[in-house]
Design a protein around this ligand. Structure first.
Ligand code: F6P
Length: 389
């Protein structure tokens, strides 16, 4: 994509003091904004993109799509002009037409050396220079907590960014929920419903592992709605004996099958989160792979035939539910309004019934986790669900 030379600046500009937003000239009549999607995908991303592009072009602004997180601004992928035509017919589609990565932190970007080894390099200055050369007045960054941290640091370096929260895990604070979560819960719920019939027919225990790296929202919501018997979440380290007690108590009362839902980040008391396989350079450790071991332990202790499965990335795919699609559209429109109002270093959030903009500094202070005295937890316990504690 051609740069606008009248707006390009020298690379020295990147050493500006914190939040020197004056370097990013803005003509409200003719803004040129960029959009990027970073981190793991979530159903609803395309609906945000469509709403943001249409809201911007209908104001007479130009929109640039940055491909694959920030890679488009580091010369490793394209930056493409986005028009009403480029976002036609995408609102209902899963994934992201801009593509994404969870290995694209510009402050510690993986760089491969000729000998095949990999080092992490700070490429943030290069990114900021390129954004200026392209005449980008502001960026809408759609991502999870990792993307928010990066955006906040880039704002400290003078970039003008508004964030839109995205994660199926629902673990971003400051917003009641994120789009993608409802779709993931529905996918998990469908799996639980299907597992019930086969578990009951065979008198088996079935352990279903769902996503939820740090927070157990998917496990809790899908497990409660799907009437699971045991729900294990990262917020409550579990005791295997308690899990088995619940299963055996069910058997004694004539219920010879059980459904156990475990979040990938859940772990037994006295242990820590289970790391799975090797992660790629620049990527956070992969957690999970906990269902199989739990199933073996249950079978060994209860002598009940036990099976397990990992739902995995199925939860990230598919069409967004109506709820997620609407939330995504509202977030996309609100992000463009926040740019018009110069709400830099802010994140769009749902604080029902309104969509608001909250400072990134505030939301980064706390990590959103399942509250143990929340009504969903109280009702789950009151209806007999065990959390293995
Ligand atoms: O988006 C968060 C998440 O879904 C986590 O629950 C999970 O640990 C992670 O993404 C997996 O990401 P990937 O396999 O894409 O690296």
């Amino acid at each position: 994509m051609a740069s606008r030379s009248s707006r390009s600046r020298s690379s020295d500009d990147t050493s500006n003091p914190a939040k020197s937003y004056h370097y990013w000239k803005r003509n409200p009549e003719h803004m040129r904004i960029a959009l990027s999607t970073g981190g793991g995908d979530a159903p609803g991303l395309n609906a945000v993109i469509r709403a943001a592009v249409l809201s911007a072009v209908n104001r007479g602004w130009e929109v640039i799509g940055v491909k694959k997180g920030y890679a488009g601004l580091l010369g490793e992928e394209e930056c493409i002009p986005m028009t009403a035509g480029t976002v036609r017919g995408i609102a209902h589609l899963g994934g992201t037409i801009l593509r994404t990565t969870n290995r694209g932190n510009p402050f510690s970007y993986p760089v491969y050396l000729p000998d095949g080894s990999c080092v992490e390099k700070d490429r943030s200055g290069e990114l900021i220079d390129n954004a200026r050369k392209l005449g980008i007045d502001a960026l809408i960054s759609i991502g999870g907590d990792g993307s928010m941290k990066i955006a906040h640091e880039l704002c400290d370096r003078g970039m003008r960014i508004v964030c839109v929260p995205k994660t199926i895990d629902n673990d971003v604070s400051g917003t009641i929920t994120t789009f993608g979560f409802d779709t993931a819960v529905n996918t998990a719920l469908e799996a639980i419903d299907k597992l019930h019939t086969t578990a009951e027919s065979h008198d088996r225990v079935i352990v279903l592992e769902v996503m939820g790296r740090h927070a157990g929202f998917i496990a809790l919501h899908a497990g409660l709605a799907g009437t699971a018997d045991v729900i294990l979440i990262p917020e409550i380290p579990y005791d295997i004996e308690k899990v088995c007690e619940k299963i055996q108590a069910r058997s004694r009362s004539g219920r010879h099958f059980s459904i156990v839902v475990i979040a990938e980040g859940a772990y037994p008391r006295g242990e820590t989160v289970h790391v799975m396989g090797k992660s790629m350079p620049g990527q956070a450790v992969r957690v999970g792979g906990v269902a199989e071991r739990l199933a073996e332990q249950i079978q060994e202790r209860t002598k009940k035939e036990t099976r397990s499965l990992i739902l995995g990335h199925l939860q990230r795919g598919g069409q967004p539910t109506g709820y997620d699609r609407l939330l995504a559209v509202r977030f996309g429109g609100a992000a463009v309004r926040a740019v018009a109002e110069e709400k830099w270093d802010h994140m769009i959030a749902l604080q029902s019934p309104h969509i608001v903009a909250v400072p990134l500094a505030d939301i980064l202070k706390t990590q959103k986790r399942v509250e143990l005295d929340h009504d969903t937890m109280l009702t789950a316990r009151a209806t007999g669900i065990s959390f293995g504690d």
